[in-house]
Design a binder for this molecule. Structure first.
Ligand code: PA5
Length: 444
């Protein structure tokens, strides 16, 4: 279960102001729950945890088992934005830090990501890897026409078709139920397909097959993930000042609107959570950054980034607050030893857990940053596992809806993402962009 502690903001805000923002968030909660707000045709994510049929989970597991039977060692997951960040976040969070380097393998294929950039070197090097491994591919695109994944898929598809006689069994597509280029191709080629529901936007899709299939193929327990999300769905459905999503939405809107805190930094203390920051940045950035409003979402990984960004956060312009992901218990245990010479003068820590030093660094940083004028919230989970990650995903999604409605924007559209695409298509001379192409060239 996700917990929140807004105590690290209390010296910055007045109780009455916080109460007022809790009331605003409670109103926004009503809008989200009654499905009466802007973008309300994109609320399919709300009941995914409780309404995902077990047959869908089994279908995902069947792909995993089929590829295991074929001896698949490498699964290339192609997608961009909401079509890959959730899966990447979960897989990085749940994997051994050194899974790639360890000699003892766990029998699951390695999952790598493609189609999230247009780097030629990246694709070439991906093909170097694929050439050495028994390879399969999951291609994910709701629209089916996004340039980055489409380019990567064309290359990976050609590679798989050239190298395997059972190519159509090595490609699974996750796309729209009825329309789009990827749907048409899948029907033609006989690919197994999964559906991105019409009423679920990319950045809210981690608990659909978009996230579930890559996560289960990587060897993780999606049943537990959905269970954790379901527990959160039930908890967050209760309209109350104690509701953790209400508290998070209320405090971040108060800090932004009344104290001019324009930047929220997600702080993680475990390197495995680097991609939680990436997933969260898309979720909040695309949902709130519009109509010339929005908190800019940034992320850091401490203690590493205390030695890079720490100076700015401590003493730079006072425009940010921090949301710390607090993990109460480590999954592993390592004690610091005693050393006869004690040249590093660390014997005072002998017998202590490494995590104890981490906890004291976290507490010390909290106090220093509060002293430096940086309000801090903590979002806690008990430990990193599938169940808690499912809860965390759902918490941030639900809180995002509440928060964006509190801010007064439509959380579920992303009109601004189109601007770069139009220019890119014009510059690439895409058919249909002739006029735009002529105009853009005048500016160069
Ligand atoms: O949140 C979103 O909707 C976007 O980030 C999309 O997920 C992203 O652009 C990928 O789109 P698609 O799945 O259509 O290829």
């Amino acid at each position: 279960m996700v917990k929140i502690n807004v105590g690290g903001c209390s010296s910055f805000v007045k109780d009455a102001d916080y109460k007022a923002y809790v009331n605003k968030a409670l109103d926004a909660f009503d809008v989200l729950v009654s499905e009466s707000g802007a973008g309300n045709d994109f609320l399919g994510w709300k009941h995914l945890p409780s309404q995902t049929p077990i047959s869908l989970v089994e279908e995902c597991e069947a792909v995993r088992d089929c590829w295991k039977a074929k001896g698949v060692e490498l699964v290339i997951v192609i997608g961009i934005g909401g079509s890959y960040l959730g899966a990447r976040c979960a897989i990085e969070a749940l994997s051994h830090n050194f899974a790639k380097q360890l000699k003892s393998k766990n029998g699951n294929p390695e999952v790598v990501f493609a189609g999230n950039n247009l780097s030629e070197e990246y694709v070439a090097e991906l093909m170097d890897l694929a050439a050495e491994r028994n390879t399969a591919c999951i291609v994910i695109s709701k629209s089916g026409t996004t340039t980055e994944p489409a380019v990567a898929f064309r290359i990976v598809k050609e590679f798989i078709e050239k190298n395997y006689s059972d190519a159509s069994e090595r490609i699974v597509a996750i796309t729209d139920a009825k329309k789009g280029a990827l749907k048409t191709l899948s029907t033609q080629e006989g690919y197994k397909t999964f559906v991105v529901p019409d009423n679920v936007g990319g950045r809210f899709s981690v608990l659909t097959p978009v996230g579930l299939l890559p996560i289960v193929v990587a060897g993780f327990d999606i049943r537990a993930m959905l269970e954790g999300a379901k527990e959160m769905e039930e908890a967050l459905a209760v309209k109350s000042e104690e509701n953790v999503a209400i508290q998070y939405a209320a405090m971040r809107n108060l800090l932004y609107s009344e104290l001019g805190k324009k930047i929220e930094i997600m702080v993680t203390y475990n390197p495995k959570f680097q991609y939680l920051g990436e997933w969260w940045k898309q979720l909040y950035g695309e949902s709130e950054g519009k109509d010339l409003k929005g908190i800019f979402p940034a992320s850091v990984n401490y203690t590493a980034d205390l030695h890079s960004m720490g100076q700015f956060i401590q003493e730079g312009e006072r425009i940010m607050f921090e949301t710390v992901i607090n993990i109460e218990n480590a999954n592993r245990s390592v004690l610091i030893g005693s050393d006869e010479q004690n040249l590093d003068q660390l014997n005072y820590l002998a017998g202590q857990h490494v995590e104890h030093c981490g906890a004291m660094a976290q507490l010390g940083t909290k106090l220093a940053h509060i002293d430096g004028g940086v309000p801090q919230m903590e979002v806690s989970i008990e430990r990193i596992n599938e169940f808690n990650l499912g809860g965390l995903f759902y918490f941030f999604e639900f809180a995002c809806g509440v928060s964006a409605y509190t801010l007064g924007v439509n959380p579920f559209n992303q009109p601004g993402v189109e601007a770069y695409k139009k220019n890119m298509f014009a510059l690439l001379n895409k058919p249909g962009y002739e006029e735009a192409s002529a105009k853009i060239r005048e500016r160069l």
